[in-house]
Structures are given as C-alpha cells and as structure tokens.
Ligand binder design. Structure first.
Ligand SMILES: [Zn+2]
Length: 279
C-alpha cells in the first residue's frame, strides 16, 4: 500500500476525529483506489458537504468510465469515486442536482420506472425487507404537509417519486447518466422467472419510452441478485449492473455485480467514513 495514501487517510482521521486504526484497517482491506457510493434521499446540506469533502481527496468518474475500469482491470493510482443514486426520488432533483451542476460532479441516477410521477411510503416489514406502497399516484394535491405528517406519525416514511418533467430535465444534464432500477422495486430473486424478467426488461423499455434514447445501466433493488438476475440483465441489453456490498471495487468485482457502499440515511454526516470504512 502506498505510503502517501496511508498518510492521506491518517490526515482524514485527524480532521474527522476518527480513530486512525480504523483507517489503517480500511487501507489494508481495500484492493483498489476505486470506490462507488450509493445515495437515496439526501438533504442539500448533506450532499454538498459530502461532495466538498470528496473533491479534496478523490477524482470523480462517470458510470461509463467506472464500467470500463472494472472491465479492463485498469484501476486508477489516485483515489477515485463514482457517485450513484437509487430509486428516482424527487429529492434528487431539488437537493442534489444544484450541487451536481455547480461542482460538475458526474452522477448515475438509477430510476425505478414505476415511481415516476408517484408517491410512496416505505413499509419496514423486517430488518431486511422494505416494501414500497403507493399512496396516491398522480395526485400531488395529496402532498400537503399535514398528510405527510400524519403518515410520518404512523411511523411511515413518505417518499416522492420524481415527476416525468423533472426526470427529463435530469436526463438532459450532461453530468448525469440515467439507469434503470426495476419497475416496482421488488426483491427480484423472490419473483417467478417471468415476473423477474418483466421487472428488468420493462424498466428499460419504460424509461426508454420516457427519455427517447437507450438506457444501458441497471441497479438491482436492495442490491439483491443471483445468477438468474445477472443473466436476465445481460439479456435485456444492459451493459452493467450495480449491487450493494460494503466494499471498494476489487479485482474480483464483476461488471454485472459491482459493489457500492451505502452512505447512511438522509441528512447524515459523512458517517460512512466512520462506520463503513474498515469494518
Ligand atoms: Zn432502491
């Protein structure tokens, strides 16, 4: 491991008051300088502070460059990061997009095609499973503060899908690559073969109809997949598929199952550095 990288991480440790042994462990564990981060719902302040922090230490790359690196095994010598968002939430449009524009950060935005123009809540069934349930599709008059508050009081998290017009605007942005993330955000390995195939193929067709150009990248809902899903994603014509593992990209990473590290809930600090790295 290059001494310079170790020194950089030690520097981070002191700035963040994170125990340096955590960073030393992270340096030992990672196989490359290449990291992919996964965001869902962000606040403006959170996303900007993360990006400002990252730009001091990392090079940003877009999804196509990331896939090329994984495919070729030509890993960068400097710390490098790709930023990805899942689900297609409206908060991306209002909270992340202005920062993306201002800083010119390349971002991949994987959109669940069925939530465009919709409103959902997350029903946390157990530790592993979160089910998306539609509240009231295509009627944003429901989105009053009061109704959202009532839903939140019931312990449910209201999620707004991006509107079609906002999605088109996002897609026109030169820093952003739009990818697919299934139609209904189902747990793909639990579906029948036919239902699984529909989720993968139709999400691509659905987004391509909305955007008017090929959609080439896919992300598995919850990161969950087996060989069957990988084969179907390939068959559908996608050139890559993103998973979720608490890992940096390594020599073992596959283009159709590459790891992304989660960044914590909306509004969180750069806690991923504290509790994700080195574990
Ligand atoms: Zn998702």
């Amino acid at each position: 491991m290059a001494k310079t990288l170790y020194e950089i991480l030690l520097g981070l440790a002191s700035i963040l008051r994170v125990p340096s042994r955590m960073f030393a462990r992270a340096v030992r564990n990672q196989d490359s300088n290449l990291l992919v981060l996964l965001y869902h719902d962000v606040t403006k302040r959170q996303f900007e502070s993360h990006m400002r922090f990252l730009e001091r230490y990392f090079e940003f790359i877009d999804l196509d460059e990331l896939v090329r690196m994984i495919d070729s095994g030509e890993f960068p010598s400097d710390l490098t990061v790709a930023i990805t968002f899942d689900d297609g939430l409206q908060s991306f449009y209002y909270n992340a997009l202005p920062i993306v524009d201002e800083m010119g950060v390349p971002v991949a935005n994987y959109v669940t095609s069925g939530i465009v123009d919709s409103m959902f809540y997350l029903d946390k069934q157990d530790d592993r499973t979160m089910l998306w349930k539609e509240l009231k599709s295509n009627d944003r008059s429901w989105t009053t503060e009061r109704s959202c508050d009532d839903t939140r009081k019931a312990g449910l998290e209201v999620m707004l899908g991006i509107t079609l017009e906002e999605l088109k605007d996002v897609d026109r942005n030169r820093h952003i690559t739009v990818g697919a993330h299934a139609v209904t955000h189902s747990i793909l390995p639990e579906l029948s073969y036919e239902a699984c195939k529909r989720e993968i193929f139709e999400s691509r067709a659905h987004l391509e109809r909305m955007l008017g150009h090929p959609v080439r990248h896919f992300a598995y809902p919850y990161g969950l997949h087996t060989d069957r899903e990988m084969a179907l994603v390939r068959e559908a014509g996608f050139v890559s598929a993103a998973a979720v593992y608490d890992q940096w990209i390594s020599r073992d990473s596959a283009v159709f199952s590459f790891p992304r590290k989660g960044t914590g809930p909306s509004g969180s600090s750069i806690s991923w550095l504290e509790y994700r790295m080195g574990k």
